[in-house]
Design a protein. Structure first.
Length: 102
């Protein structure tokens, strides 16, 4: 299950996610972020209570980050994913971090 909320601020739009980011919800999350980007304000995607992200969810987060969406997170696991998503992040592995435990 996933919960997505959107808050319009004066200078940006914040999209907050609670729940697992997996294949069954990425279309909904991508649509919400695309709608937020259409408003021509910066968009911040906040992963507030996200226990897991599967491969398709990681691919979506990477695409959104490449499109200029700022991704922030609460928690060690998601904070690591966010660090890896940052372009040119120092010390970030070049491969998908979801493969690290295989």
């Amino acid at each position: 299950m996933i919960r997505i909320s959107k808050e319009e601020e004066d200078t940006r739009t914040v999209v907050t996610v609670d729940g697992r980011i997996s294949a069954d919800c990425i279309e909904l999350l991508e649509t919400c972020c695309n709608q937020a980007m259409a408003a021509a304000k910066p968009v911040c995607l906040f992963l507030r209570d996200v226990p897991t992200v599967d491969r398709s969810g990681y691919a979506l987060l990477k695409r959104l980050a490449e499109m200029g969406v700022a991704v922030a997170a609460n928690g060690v696991y998601t904070a690591y994913l966010v660090q890896v998503l940052q372009p040119g992040a120092a010390g970030a592995p070049s491969s998908n971090p979801l493969n690290a435990h295989r």
